[in-house]
Design a protein around this ligand. Structure first.
Ligand SMILES: Cc1ncc(COP(=O)(O)O)c(C=O)c1O
Length: 370
């Protein structure tokens, strides 16, 4: 079906990992890890080599995001999904308000909604639409998702919330390359297997004094939460450059390498690089009559994960399978539960503009030849 497409070396992307997460971990990072030999993996996370690594991550993120001095970078096990519960149990006093536009923002709402002693309100838009969030008078936490990975929707601005309300941002798939003033957020959290090119299983929670004081105040109260979800333990251990329980050292290592790489260009430039890739893919979709952007409103189109609809006359699945088989692109199908005839292509920092361009050329040739 696609046998006439030119896949010679200068026409194919240098790396097939265009999936929306886990993302492209540079092979050089793996080589660097290998070079640490007997010094890191298999050593205690309570001793200097790993604690220094954690400190580098914390300092590197503070620098990258220009964090105010009194913010804390808290690391722990479990990833963003784990945090959904940990936040609902340990940081919401009475009510959280959730602005949802897809699968992950809904998951977060559902996690809070299951906690019997708090209320959770959902304010939603249909999939493919964007929502920015706003203060909700009786909520003590407002929850927004920087980039909804399932639909390729990003928020266009941060909501302003009351002084005693926590603004919590799930930044899992956009944090680091979508512009965001973290000094205006209270809890900015992510799993590092997207823009930050690490492995899953870890969470990073960047907390303002309002957020950690809330968490510590609630920890001192009599509410029940599982010990593994203790904010107090997570915060106290992070203050000592540790995680509460044993982490995957390789994940912290990769995360640190990526932070160093991103600090070498800076946050502003990294956002510009993401913007360039977004312009490339969205203008490609606008040019081709058989393509369209799933997210109609431009300001909500993600600079991190692009969703592109394809005319129903060309079913995408055989092409997606062929691209994977030929090692051109892995995992570029739409989010499984959306069920759209769609490509979902990551624009994560390590994906090169030139590689994206090559992939788009191969896709258009394949569609046009059939
Ligand atoms: C926006 C968003 N939030 C949360 C998650 C869940 O992250 P994890 O699988 O690390 O728990 C994901 C995963 O893709 C995500 O994209």
């Amino acid at each position: 079906m696609f046998e006439n497409i030119d896949l010679s070396n200068n026409k194919r992307p240098s790396d097939p990992r265009f999936g929306s997460g886990p993302s492209l971990v540079p092979v050089e990072f793996m080589e660097k890890l290998l070079a640490t030999g007997q010094d890191l993996l298999g050593t205690s996370h309570r001793k200097a080599p790993i604690k220094n690594l954690v400190k580098e991550v914390q300092d590197g993120l503070s620098k990258y995001f220009s964090l105010p001095d009194d913010y804390k970078v808290v690391l722990g096990n479990g990833g963003a999904t784990f945090l959904f519960d940990m936040i609902g149990l340990g940081m919401v006093k009475k009510k959280s308000a959730h602005f949802t536009c897809g699968e992950f923002s809904e998951k977060w709402f559902k996690a809070h909604n299951k906690v019997p002693w708090i209320e959770a309100e959902q304010i939603s838009v249909p999939y493919g639409k964007g929502i920015d969030g706003k203060n909700i008078a009786d909520a003590d936490m407002v929850c927004v998702t920087l980039n909804e990975t399932s639909t390729g929707v990003q928020i266009s601005k941060l909501p302003e919330v009351d002084n005693d309300t926590i603004l919590a941002v799930d930044a899992t798939s956009g944090g680091g390359q979508i512009p965001c003033d973290l000094s205006k957020t209270d809890l900015f959290f992510f799993s590092p297997q997207k823009v930050f090119a690490s492995e899953g299983g870890l969470f990073v929670a960047i907390m303002s004094p309002k957020a950690y004081n809330r968490a510590l105040e609630m920890a001192a109260g009599d509410r029940y939460f599982p010990v593994i979800m203790s904010w107090k333990l997570a915060i106290n251990n992070s203050d000592k450059n540790q995680t509460y329980n044993t982490p995957a050292i390789a994940s912290i290592f990769f995360l640190n390498e990526q932070i160093k790489l991103m600090n070498s260009v800076g946050y502003e430039k990294a956002c510009e690089m993401a913007e360039e890739k977004a312009q490339l893919i969205y203008s490609w979709a606008a040019e081709k009559k058989y393509l369209s952007c799933y997210v109609e409103e431009e300001k909500y189109r993600s600079r991190s994960v692009a969703t592109i609809n394809v005319d129903e006359s060309f079913p995408v699945t055989p092409l997606i399978d062929w691209l994977a088989e030929k090692k051109i692109a892995y995992g570029i199908d739409g989010y499984r539960k959306l069920g759209k005839n769609q490509f979902r292509i990551a624009l994560f920092h390590n994906i090169k503009y030139d590689d994206l361009n090559k992939l788009l050329n191969i896709i258009s040739q394949a569609i046009e030849a059939n």
